[in-house]
Design a binder for this molecule. Structure first.
Ligand SMILES: NC(=O)c1ccc[n+]([C@@H]2O[C@H](COP(=O)([O-])OP(=O)(O)OC[C@H]3O[C@@H](n4cnc5c(N)ncnc54)[C@H](O)[C@@H]3O)[C@@H](O)[C@H]2O)c1
Length: 269
């Protein structure tokens, strides 16, 4: 992968990435690691995580730490954040990427599927955000006499919305609801985490070439490409590059509470 920032931009930093075993999460973790971050890869399956770790270790200066956890399981999220803290001593940022889809139109949408999709996207994002604050950033704030952390340390939360949060998408009442909620969560978190001097932003991708999109089929993917102004769907590395820019305080130090549209002009706000 090409370097998009200056060399070592994230040297000495620890970044947690959920959904890191494949797709956009894997590309994000790879690019953050290539810029020197100690990444902690979080996903469901230990074997897939080990594969991801080995592939990233082959191109990055720091070998990732792996941590199998279900982002919807409160105890597992607490344990994942505790493990990352024990291993590295501090956490600079979290990228909440993990996601699922269970598409069906509303009359045929099971309540179980609706809840499962909400849980991975919305509850998972909340749980990781809360845990990093509860276990790490808030104690720092308290030991600073409840004063804002002006220590110059880079801190961020980066969430994943979708173009369909604003545009709607047939079959995705759960997914679009979760993504819309994540946009609101991003704004509230930005306000609250200002005390930690943590920047909190989200990106809202258009269609991206990952296993999540494979179920749409070739014709569907081609149609999605035509619906953009670029004529094609995006590659995961294009999302990773935007995430790197948002994680970098030299580029994005004055950006917080923002939802960055990365949709190839598929939807114009
Ligand atoms: N691919 C797209 O076109 C597209 C468009 C807009 C937004 N997004 C968003 O980008 C993010 C990544 O999507 P992707 O296309 O890379 O998906 P993907 O299906 O390729 O990868 C998602 C990863 O999340 C993991 N995951 C799922 N449930 C989990 C759980 N409960 N706990 C831990 N890990 C879990 C999966 O195992 C998988 O490795 C998602 O939030 C998705 O909604 C994707």
């Amino acid at each position: 992968m090409a370097s998009v920032l200056r060399d070592g931009a994230f040297e000495g930093e620890t970044h947690l990435v959920t959904g890191a075993a494949q797709g956009i999460g894997h590309a994000v973790a790879t690019m953050l690691a290539e810029h020197g971050a100690q990444v902690v890869l979080i996903d469901l399956d230990p074997a897939r995580l080990e594969e991801a770790r080995d592939s990233i270790a082959g191109v990055a200066p720091v070998t990732p730490i792996v941590c199998a956890a279900n982002v919807t399981d409160e105890a597992q999220v607490q344990a994942a954040v505790a493990t990352a803290l024990e291993a590295t001593g501090s956490i600079n940022g979290v990228v909440n990427v993990a996601g699922i889809t269970k598409d069906a139109r509303i009359p045929k949408k099971s309540y179980e599927d609706f809840k499962a999709v909400m849980a991975v996207h919305l509850h998972g994002t909340f749980l990781f955000t809360r845990e990093v604050a509860a276990q790490h950033w808030h104690p720092l704030f308290k030991s600073n006499g409840n004063q804002p952390l002006e220590d110059g340390v880079n801190r961020f939360i980066l969430n994943f919305s979708s173009v369909s949060a604003r545009n709607g998408n047939i079959g995705q009442v759960d997914y679009t609801a979760a993504k819309g909620a994540i946009e609101s969560v991003t704004k509230t978190t930005a306000r609250e985490f200002s005390s930690y001097r943590a920047r909190v932003n989200a990106i809202a991708p258009g269609p991206v070439n990952t296993p999540m999109l494979a179920s749409v089929g070739e014709a569907g993917i081609a149609a999605m490409g035509r619906a953009t102004l670029t004529g094609r769907i995006a590659e995961p590395e294009q999302m990773a590059a935007v995430i790197c820019a948002l994680a970098d305080p030299m580029i994005s130090g004055f950006i917080t509470g923002e939802i960055v549209q990365v949709n190839g002009g598929m939807y114009l706000d």
